[in-house]
Write a protein that binds this ligand. Sequence first.
Ligand code: 3HC
Length: 332
Amino acid sequence: MYAQMVTTDAVKSAGEMSPEERAFQERIDRGERIEPKEWMPDAYRKTLIRQIGQHAHSEIVGQLPEGNWITRAPTLERKAILLAKVQDEAGHGLYLYSAAETLGVSRDELLEKLHTGRMKYSSIFNYPTLNWADIGAVGWLVDGAAIMNQVPLQKTSYGPYSRAMVRICKEESFHQRQGYDIMMKMSFGTPEQKAMAQDALNRFWYPSLMMFGPSDKDSVHSAQSMAWKIKINTNDELRQKFVDQTVPQAEYLGLTVPDEHLKWNEEKGGYDYSQPDWDEFFDVLAGNGPCNKERLGARVKAWEDGAWFRDALTAHAEKTARRRAASRVAAE
Ligand code: 3HC
């Protein structure tokens, strides 16, 4: 059982910190942003590389389930909207890889780790998109969960990450609305369309809840990441906010959240809800989800197919640099 293997990152007390670590923690506590060239504990740097890298990979791998539907979107307008959304996700991946590079890791290194299974991407992208309603559900629920997690990250302590999040959140909110718009069209359409929308909600509800990570008691990194303000909220806090926000949206659509225990709890001011199947979650993380092999295979193929283009760009850059150097020498 995973929970028994969890060793939580140890959070040092002020007494255990070196003078540099203490000064660093005081800066974080005052709400200061940390910038790339400034001193930071090695574990802070590594945690950021892990989280930002995983986030970047999620944006890139996340293009696959939706990109698959660009050619099959039902109208020209839907096609143009979906194309724009998928392009935005590529852009998000690029900002995030750039933010990770400021920490001294190269994009090639991060991609190599993704391709060899040594770095993760979000579990959600290992689920298939079987029909057009799934594209609505992905926009509504998956991008909705992503924003819930990412809005607080605009206040994260690392400057380049927080600034990347500002733009990403604006675009994610458009993504969420386009998904909800598809769901409205289908839910208020024919009975068959409504049934497809309900089926998509049934399949994407629990995988969307999993996006926030394991429950707080099983979260390895939360305590340290929150002390460093790399994370602002716990996984369970954000999951609860997502449920509270999404249930009324489902009600407006006339759809039923697939949870017989879902119930408003007046005392806590939020819904009581069923937890996802955590065994399934850890199985997906271990590479055994419905689409893990397909997704990773597609990314590795794209990398290999693009080798000639990267080589050409490098050769061109070297040739240009040589020409510039030669004309400088000639001018002297
Ligand atoms: N999918 C895959 N792995 C996950 C996961 C998920 N949904 N949730 C947790 N994990 C992994 C963690 O990476 C960690 O594994 P590691 O030690 O090998 O890195 C392990 O499970 C334990 O989880 P923790 O709670 O201790 O991990 P974190 O403190 O890192 O919290 C997180 C997980 C909440 C996802 C956090 O990393 C985070 O906020 N990341 C930034 C946001 C992000 O990555 N979002 C991706 C969403 S998809 C997206 O944005 C694309 C958009 O277009 C929809």
